[in-house]
Design a protein around this ligand. Structure first.
Ligand code: ADP
Length: 337
């Protein structure tokens, strides 16, 4: 047996923390070599999916087993990681109060229900509401290797919000560069296996949106609008911003369309209906779907129970929009970050 073969055999006696198989058999380690002259061994360690702790344990185990074996003096471990093809999807609106945060949270939950590994970033740093919507208020993220660890939620969607970094009620009045840095920390967190990160942008077309687009190039943007004309004019401005930055518009979601009276069931249209669909047509962007104005949506949201997680009909429009988003992503080769 050569030194390198003995080295490989020894590596295979160490269990990969994820699969439980030997480090060589599992593919965790590759290319074990021993330099016959200086007796220094080298190996490639694929750290994909390993926590910082596991990584350190594996490294220790490798050194422990090998140093001294057939006179090996030292082990060089080269770490690699498979880069997850992770895509950012921005959810924006021209103005506040149209239900952008509600749509972003429920879109993430609906994607999870469709089997997508998804994370959620609340980039609405001036009015972060995702922690309430996802029932993670008061939690604090930890950091590992200089990266924030997203907070787990009851809905299988890890998330991070500025609300997790500042004290409740603390005013966030940051100017451009600081806001941009804060956002960078949320987006560059340790998102693990997440394939898609839904980013809830602040309303409008200010610094945070520009910073996100410039630094993190979303794969696409979803624009939320109510059916009224005024909201649609604002939505058109938001679309222009993404167009200028060559971020594709995935489509428009019409929110608060058609009010179903909880008493008699009669559907009325306090804000009109269909306005966003007509606007989408005239702007030449896809229409992704319509979410009704329902008291149950507001109540569930306030209670930290995203309606998309419910077994009721109320989840359906969100699941449909999530399906439309996946259709769009599958049809396109989009940039990853
Ligand atoms: P934005 O992020 O655009 O400012 P929010 O998502 O915070 O808006 O929504 C504003 C308010 O409207 C919240 O109280 C939310 O629960 C409520 N809301 C949003 N969408 C609906 C809907 N389809 N039906 C009923 N209430 C809604």
């Amino acid at each position: 047996m050569t030194d390198s073969d003995a080295f490989a055999a020894a590596l295979d006696t160490i269990a990969d923390p994820l699969s439980g198989k030997g480090l060589i058999e599992s593919g965790r380690c590759a290319a074990p070599r021993v330099n016959a002259v200086d007796k220094v061994a080298s190996v490639i360690l694929d750290v994909t999916g390993l926590s910082g702790d596991d990584r350190a344990k594996v490294e220790r185990a490798i050194r422990g087993k090998l140093i001294g074996l057939n006179g090996i003096r030292d082990v060089r471990i080269a770490m690699t990681a498979e880069k997850t093809a992770r895509k950012l999807i921005a959810v924006g609106s021209g103005k506040g109060g149209v239900g952008k945060s509600t749509v972003a949270a429920n879109l993430a939950v609906a994607l999870k229900r469709l089997g997508v590994k998804v994370g959620l970033v609340d980039a609405d740093i001036y009015g972060p509401s995702q922690a309430r919507l996802m029932a993670s208020e008061g939690k604090r993220p930890e950091a590992e290797n200089q990266k924030l660890l997203p907070i787990a939620t009851d809905f299988g969607v890890p998330m991070l919000s500025m609300a997790h970094l500042v004290k409740p009620g603390q005013a966030i009045a940051w100017r451009g560069p600081m806001a941009g840095n804060a956002l960078g920390q949320l987006i560059d967190a340790d998102w693990g296996e997440a394939e898609i990160i839904i980013v809830d942008l602040p309303p409008g077309t200010g610094d945070v949106q520009l910073s996100l687009i410039a630094k993190h190039k979303p794969a696409g943007a979803i624009i939320v609008s109510t059916p009224q004309d005024l909201a649609l004019i604002d939505a058109t401005r938001a679309i222009d911003l993404f167009n200028q930055a060559t971020v594709p518009i995935i489509g428009i979601v019409e929110n608060m369309a058609g009010y179903a009276c909880p008493h008699c069931g009669e559907v009325s249209d306090p804000f009109g209906a269909g306005g966003a669909e007509t606007a989408a047509q005239s702007l030449g962007v896809p229409f992704l779907g319509r979410i009704p104005l329902e008291i149950a949506i507001r109540k569930a949201s306030d209670a930290g129970q995203p309606p998309a997680a419910s077994g009721e009909a109320i989840a359906q429009p969100f699941l449909d929009i999530a399906g439309a988003l996946m259709g769009w992503l599958n049809a396109k080769a989009v940039p990853t970050f």
